[in-house]
Design a binder for this molecule. Structure first.
Ligand code: IPM
Ligand code: MN
Length: 355
């Protein structure tokens, strides 16, 4: 298969994990005889430094002209403590989402056998947890009207019916292919926007009779997530709630460094870890590349390469089982492996597994 991937390494640990993701894709291409092309683009603080724009026109064009985007992370501490900065790396990520129309962000949460004790939650609670959070990604407070002065500021949590319908369709379809349980998370007891979500979901529920649909307020859902994570199969929620709940849900897996995501919509799909750029670790070769590698698995599966995706997942499982992992996942008393070492091991595994 011919596939053109735009690679956006971004900032902090981004370039290090990006390298591993691309190497793994190259190993898959070699093993399965695919023709994968990679073209690199700037995003985030790296792009601001070079062009003044966190998501330059050239990068947008590169993404539009590609089949897929492999994204890593953006963010730089120089901007975090400067609330008056007019240009911020994160705007690059938001611009990419908006300009590529990536309205659906799919964030699968699972536990990995052997890593249950890495979670701060009790192993018996997290064991077997396996759900997907479908986060709306181009609406709500992130993109609604804003006002900002030194005396007053507001963000508008705006959603229209078509925006709600299209994300719910993604969630219902996904639930019908999984364990057929959809939880719509909102704050309909307080927010008008949530009441519209609930109304639209209650209408659409009738079109999906095989899916059991339930409704949960976001405060309650945040508690249920870590009290009884196995309750969930598919969660669908608006942009801001999805942002917060998926960071919370990452503690179920035990490391932010394990969770991939895909963002799909009107143009080229994007595959990226859910974690940020961890600037403190940049250049230290300690960042966990597995979220990026699992994003590659999602990319391959998105394009119908199920066997290839499975092989990448098997390689990840094997690396965990054999302890070839970065320090965040290393067993007590073990120091762990470097980011690139883990990457080389995964690529070698893919090239030789079962051969
Ligand atoms: C995420 C991130 C982004 C978000 C930031 C970096 C703008 O936290 O992808 O979850 O808030 O959406
Ligand atoms: Mn987030």
């Amino acid at each position: 298969m011919k596939l053109k991937t735009a690679v956006l390494p971004g900032d902090g640990i981004g370039p290090e994990i990006s390298r591993v993701g691309v190497d793994v894709m190259k190993a898959v291409a070699k093993r399965f005889g695919h023709d994968f092309e990679f073209d690199y683009g700037l995003a985030g603080a790296a792009a601001i430094k070079a062009t003044g724009n966190p998501f330059p026109e050239e990068t947008l064009k590169l993404c539009r002209d590609s089949d897929a985007v492999l994204f890593s992370a953006v963010g730089d501490p120089a901007y975090d403590n400067a609330p008056d900065a007019k240009i911020r790396p994160e705007q690059g990520l938001l611009a990419m989402r908006k300009q590529l129309g990536l309205f659906a962000n799919i964030r699968p949460i699972q536990t990995f056998p052997g890593l249950e004790d890495k979670s701060p939650l009790k192993a018996e609670i997290v064991k077997g947890a396996d759900f997907v959070c479908v986060r709306e990604l181009t609406g709500g407070m992130y993109f609604g009207e804003k006002y900002e002065s030194d005396e007053k500021a507001f963000d508008t949590n705006i959603y229209t019916r078509p925006e709600i319908e299209r994300i719910l369709r993604v969630a219902f379809r996904l639930a019908s292919r999984r364990r057929k349980h959809l939880t719509v998370v909102d704050k309909a007891n307080v927010l008008a926007s949530s009441r519209l979500w609930r109304k639209v979901a209650q209408e659409m529920e009738k079109e999906w009779p095989d899916v059991v649909t339930d409704y949960m307020f976001v405060d309650n859902a945040s508690m249920k997530l870590i009290q009884e994570p196995r309750f969930f199969d598919v969660i669908v929620t608006e942009n801001t709630f999805g942002d917060i709940l998926t960071d919370e849900a990452s503690v179920i897996s035990g490391s932010m460094g394990l969770l991939p995501s895909s963002s799909i919509g009107e143009s080229t799909p994007v595959f990226e870890p859910i974690h940020g750029s961890w600037p403190q670790a940049a250049g230290l070769d300690i960042a966990n590349p597995l979220a990026q590698v699992l994003s590659v698995a999602m990319l391959l599966e998105h394009f119908g390469m199920a066997e290839e995706g499975k092989m990448v997942r098997d390689a990840v499982d094997a690396s965990i089982e054999q302890g070839v992992v970065t320090p965040d996942l290393a067993a007590d008393g073990k120091s762990g492996y470097g980011t690139q070492e883990v990457g080389r091991w995964l690529s070698a595994w893919i090239l030789t597994a079962g051969a």
